[in-house]
Design a protein around this ligand. Structure first.
Ligand code: MRU
Length: 378
C-alpha cells in the first residue's frame, strides 16, 4: 500500500538468497516516524517479532518464514537440520497466539526436509517469498470478497457513509499488503463508496490509534479514533453499520482469538443487532483446535505496556509516561477469544462463510479433513 505515494510492503528482501538482507517497516516508530529496519540474523528476526517491530498475524508468519531463511544462512553444514530445528523453536517462542507463525515454520520445515545446506538456503528463501506473495494475494481477495457486504450497507443507507468499526490493526501493516479487516474498506473506498471507519484506539499498545489511523490517513480513508469503550455507545445510537476485525487464530468451531477487547465489541454488536465480521486468510485457521475457548493460547505480555503510554511531545520527540501511581502492578493479556455464536461471518480469500464448523468446511473442505486427522485438542 502507499506511504506518501510510494508503494511499500511490510517486509521484503534484498533479492539475493545467499545474502541475508531482510527489510521491515519498524512499526514501533509509527506513527511519529517512518523507519525501515534491516535484519541479517535469526536473532534479529526473533527480536523484531517479540519486540513488535513487526506484528499482526500475517506479518508475523511472513517474518518467521524469512527468519528461518536467515537461520539457514547462519547454519553450519554439519548438523544443519539440528540447527534449523532450534532456530524454528526460537522463532516459534516469540509470540504464542497468532497461528500464522507456526503455520509458516511448518511450511519451511517441510520445504527443506532432506536438503543439504547449499540447497536449503535458496529453498527457504523461495518459500519465504512465496509465503509473503500468497499473504498479499489472499488479503487482496479478502477485500474483493468483503466488498459486496459494504455495497449492500451503502444501498441500505443512501445519503450517508457506511460506518465500519474496527479494533486493533488488521490493515496492511498487520500483513504483507492490503490487510484483512481493512481490505474490504480499501476496496470500497477505491470504488468510490462513501465510507467512514471508527478506529478503536486499542490499549495498551495503541495499534488502532498508532497504526490503523496512520495507514487509513495514508490512503485518504475518512475515520475517527475513538476510545476503546466508546463502541457500545455508538452502536446503541445506530452509528455503526458493521464491525470488521481481524483474527490471530480461529478454531474449527469458529471461536476467534483477536486483540484484547474484541470480545466486548462482539457482545455490544450482538446486543444491538450490528453484524460482526471477522476477516482472515486461511493461514489464520487452526483446524487442529476444536474449541477455541479451551485450546487457543493467550499471550500475556509485560505489565509495562499497561502501566506506561508513549507518544509525541512535539515533532521529532517522543516520550514514555507512567499512567498509574508509582509501584502499581498490572496484568496484560494481549488477546481474547470471541465465541463463534457472536460472529456473523468470516470474510476469507475464498468467500464469506458462517462462523460454524459447517460454514468453515464449506470454504476449506480439504483442510478441515486434514485438521481432523491431526487434531491436538478435544
Ligand atoms: O499484538 P499484535 O499487534 O500482533 O496483534 C495482532 C493484531 O494485529 C490484532 O489482533 C489484529 O486484529 C489481528 S492480526 C491481523
Amino acid at each position: 500500500m502507499l506511504v506518501q505515494g510510494t508503494h511499500y510492503r511490510t517486509i521484503w528482501t534484498g533479492g539475493d538468497p545467499f545474502r541475508g538482507d531482510l527489510f521491515i517497516i519498524d512499526q514501533t516508530a509509527l506513527p511519529h516516524a517512518f523507519r525501515i529496519a534491516r535484519l541479517h540474523t535469526l536473532e534479529e528476526a526473533c527480536e523484531a517479532i517479540s519486540g513488535m517491530l513487526v506484528r499482526g498475524a500475517g506479518l508475523i508468519g511472513a517474518a518467521a518464514a524469512h527468519g528461518f531463511w536467515l537461520a539457514a544462512l547462519q547454519a553450519p553444514d554439519q548438523g544443519f537440520h539440528g540447527f534449523m530445528e532450534e532456530a524454528s523453536a526460537a522463532l516459534r517462542a516469540t509470540r504464542p497466539t497468532a497461528v500464522n507463525l507456526e503455520w509458516a515454520l511448518e511450511r519451511q520445515k517441510k520445504r527443506i526436509a532432506g536438503l543439504g545446506r547449499q540447497q536449503a538456503v535458496p529453498a527457504a528463501f523461495a518459500e519465504a517469498c512465496a509465503i509473503a506473495d500468497e499473504d498479499a494475494d489472499c488479503c487482496r481477495r479478502i477485500g474483493q470478497n468483503g466488498l459486496p457486504l459494504l455495497r449492500r450497507a451503502a444501498q441500505a443507507h443512501p445519503g450517508r457513509p457506511v460506518e465500519v468499526l474496527t479494533h486493533c490493526n488488521a490493515g496492511w501493516l498487520a500483513f504483507v499488503d492490503h490487510g484483512s479487516a481493512l481490505a474490504p474498506v480499501y476496496a470500497a473506498f477505491d470504488e468510490g463508496l462513501p465510507i467512514h471507519v471508527w478506529v478503536d484506539e486499542t490499549r495498551p499498545r495503541g495499534q488502532g490509534a498508532a497504526l490503523t489511523s496512520w495507514e487509513l490517513l495514508q490512503h485518504g480513508v475518512p475515520h475517527d479514533i475513538i476510545a476503546d469503550n466508546a463502541g457500545g455507545h455508538l452502536m446503541q445510537r445506530g452509528m455503526v453499520d458493521m464491525v470488521i476485525t481481524g483474527a490471530d487464530r480461529v478454531a474449527r468451531n469458529g471461536d476467534a482469538a483477536n486483540k484484547i477487547g474484541t470480545y466486548l465489541k462482539a457482545l455490544a454488536a450482538a446486543d444491538n443487532h450490528v453484524p460482526f465480521y471477522v476477516a482472515l486468510p486461511s493461514s489464520t485457521f487452526d483446524f487442529g483446535i476444536r474449541d477455541g475457548m479451551l485450546g487457543i493460547p493467550i499471550e500475556e505480555r509485560s505489565p509495562e505496556e499497561v502501566l506506561f503510554a508513549s507518544g509525541a511531545l512535539d515533532p521529532g520527540r517522543t516520550a514514555r509516561v507512567l499512567l498509574g501511581p508509582p509501584g502499581a502492578t498490572a496484568r496484560n493479556w494481549a488477546f481474547d477469544v470471541t465465541p463463534a455464536r457472536l460472529i456473523t461471518g468470516f470474510i476469507t480469500e475464498r468467500g464469506v462463510c458462517a462462523a460454524t464448523e459447517e460454514g468453515i468446511a464449506s470454504m476449506y473442505p480439504e483442510a478441515l479433513d486434514a485438521g481432523a486427522r491431526e487434531q491436538r485438542h478435544a
